[in-house]
Design a binder for this molecule. Structure first.
Ligand code: V47
Length: 369
């Protein structure tokens, strides 16, 4: 029956390509975005998801830390950054304040700390090295997923080192992997308009390439639902797919829904739930070499994240806690989801919850309580 619907929709050739394990093209991706039958699209994406993971759905026990929101970049979509250290609401935590966030959670079986910061013009490199060393000293086994490629590029310029040298020094201090932030939309047209004064797409991808070469894993994000075209979304996915062909270092692709409150793009509406489901589904279909498609529940909303588990998504990020970037941009999602709640929402969607660590080793299998 779905096959007949796909034929009526003019997508039989794409379904046949997927059946045969062939790759989808830019044109295929644009046609998928234009498909009015969201459920047919979800059916295709779910088939790809189940080929890789069956019903398994991954999450982790993590903590988000944002040590400073002082940032010299002027991204129009950002509600988090404050340009100058003296601005109202600008903050920079002392190292002890950052480390206390982890110390206070001694009772939590955390496996990951995810750190993202503004581009602070005045902090010494030692601040970041000491932050990594301090976090590892408190919890030697914890995985540190810290600093977007945009932050790495900024460090290279500020501290006058190559990107590789910056990464090597951070790794020696405890860095384990890179998060996917800062990718926005790779299109030069979009970047010129919404984030002209930070690392461009080539630099972002080059830093991930170097990180993979040094043995680290990373993620890629895509900020959608603002001024980008459907072609630009698919082009973004294809650039990520091309680097993955080279390095196999990416773990998850993470579409991020634009949140319009308290920023310079606040006249734009937030993306709809159907657009969110469509973006995740098309990501699963285009990114044949990415193991995981993640719905960041803070950004999608908990209910849509739950539904997305039938639209290509197999990962929900984690407990999160302390997130500021989305909550300052109007997110109404909770500040934390307990692991019990994540497991229940996965089960209630008819899927099997698996607690993973950052590298997708199983921590708690589906049949645990
Ligand atoms: O790069 C900023 C985005 C990103 C807004 O790697 C906004 O596992 C929507 O990258 N509306 C940072 N988005 C968060 C991020 C991330 C999240 C979850 C998991 C991982 C991972 C990475 O947040 C930024 C930017 O694209 N962002 N402002 C906004 N108003």
């Amino acid at each position: 029956m779905v096959q007949a619907r796909l034929s009526t929709l003019g997508l039989a050739d794409i379904a046949a390509k997927l059946d045969g394990g062939a790759r989808l093209s830019l044109d295929d991706g644009v046609r998928l975005f234009a498909c009015p039958d969201l459920h047919a699209l979800g059916w295709l994406a779910n088939r790809e998801r189940e080929k890789r993971h069956g019903g398994l759905t991954f999450y982790n026990y993590n903590l988000r830390l944002e040590a400073t929101n002082v940032c010299v970049a002027t991204c129009l979509f950002c509600s988090f950054s404050r340009l100058k250290p003296g601005d109202a609401q600008a903050y920079t935590m002392t190292l002890d304040q950052v480390l206390d966030k982890l110390r206070q959670r001694a009772h939590q079986p955390l496996t990951e700390v995810h750190v993202v910061n503004g581009l602070h013009p005045d902090l010494p490199f030692d601040y970041y090295l000491d932050l990594l060393r301090g976090l590892k000293a408190i919890r030697p086994g914890i995985h540190l997923k810290c600093f977007t490629a945009v932050e790495i590029a900024f460090f290279s310029e500020l501290y006058k080192m190559s990107d590789e040298e910056v990464l090597r020094q951070l790794m020696a201090a405890g860095l384990d992997s890179l998060p996917g932030g800062g990718a926005e939309v790779f299109s030069e047209r979009v970047r010129r308009k919404i984030c002209h004064d930070k690392a461009d797409a080539d630099r972002y991808l080059s830093i991930h390439r170097i990180a993979h070469g040094l043995g680290m894993r990373s993620n890629v994000t895509m900020l959608y639902g603002h001024i980008e075209t459907m072609e630009e979304r698919v082009d973004h996915m294809l650039r990520a797919r091309a680097l993955q062909d080279e390095t196999c270092g990416f773990q998850a692709f993470i579409p991020l829904a634009f949140h319009p409150d308290n920023n310079q793009m606040e006249k734009l509406p937030a993306p709809s739930a159907s657009d969110t489901l469509r973006v995740h589904a098309v990501s699963r279909l285009m990114l044949d070499n990415f193991p995981h498609i993640k719905a960041f529940w803070i950004a999608t909303g908990v209910d849509v994240a739950q539904i997305s588990l039938w639209y290509g998504v197999d990962d929900l990020d984690g407990t999160v806690q302390e997130e500021k970037i989305y909550h300052m941009a109007g997110a109404r999602t909770p500040e934390i989801l307990t692991t019990q709640r994540i497991r229940a929402l996965i089960r209630n969607a008819g899927r099997l919850p698996v607690e993973r660590d950052t590298l997708y080793n199983v921590v708690t299998p589906p049949d645990a309580a």
